[in-house]
Write a protein that binds this ligand. Sequence first.
Ligand code: BDR
Ligand code: CA
Length: 310
Amino acid sequence: MTRLIIDTDPGIDDAIALFAALASPEFDVTGLTTVFGNVTVETATRNALALLDIAGRGDIPVARGAAAPLAMDYLGAIPHIHGEDGLGDGGEPATPSRSALDVSAAEFLCRAAPGATILAIGPLTNLALALRLRPDLDTEVEHVVVMGGNALGPGNATPAAEANMMNDPEAADVVFGARWPVTMVGLDVTHQVVLPGAGIDAVTAADTPTARLLGRAIPLYRAFLEKVSGLAGIYLHDPSAVAYLLDPSLFRTERWPVRVETQGISRGKTWPSIGGTDDAAPAAWQGRPSVNVCVGVDAPGVLDLLTARL
Ligand code: BDR
Ligand code: CA
């Protein structure tokens, strides 16, 4: 069984990912850490606590994390995609039954992440802060699976950058350059994992608290994607990272060192050195560890897996 800590900014697809992970016996979810991103860290923390209540997992601790990126101001919430409440504005925001821990997310990661896998589905600020507190943490964590980035194709926050990278490029560059094994589940694959209307109906039909929450949360996200890109369904960005952990054989990967652009109009763009590693790589990539970058996906397989769990 994989001991899992989920670093998250809920967020509608974060909620789907969380419920899929909690429904998977392969995981022992031992903590959630929250971060600004889709919403402020205050809202992300409230949502993380409320989602755990809804899933009947009020036993899982939540540590509140960073309110802003390492080197810039927070770019702000995206209520047109995730709602003012971060969960699709489908009803009263749930009131959590308890509070977050009185340690920060970075402190919690330092204490709890050795021996565990971190599923990072928001901006990577908490992970970078944890490394500052405990520089050897990257030799102690089992695996870091990141939803974020775009190795080969365009971004979604800007033409260059994916949203989680754009929200803290400096932190992302630290995380991809650290010694822990990192898998990047980016837009190269998640833009292929589209849950169609019938699939949405299937995961929201059950008379359970989690299905009812998803039934209230998904319509706003679905309407946004239909309006801006004519998509018939919703991207399962964060849930695809859960699927990677459940069944990596559904993904095709390449091992490349990855840098994250921190300057100019391409800020937040993830650049793999596809020409080679170490001595064969350009100087800015030399000495960087190889990241396991997802470049292909069996999308129907991922949809079947996630739908079954949900
Ligand atoms: C990522 O950005 C957020 O808006 C989503 O929750 C996901 O983590 C997709 O680019
Ligand atoms: Ca997210």
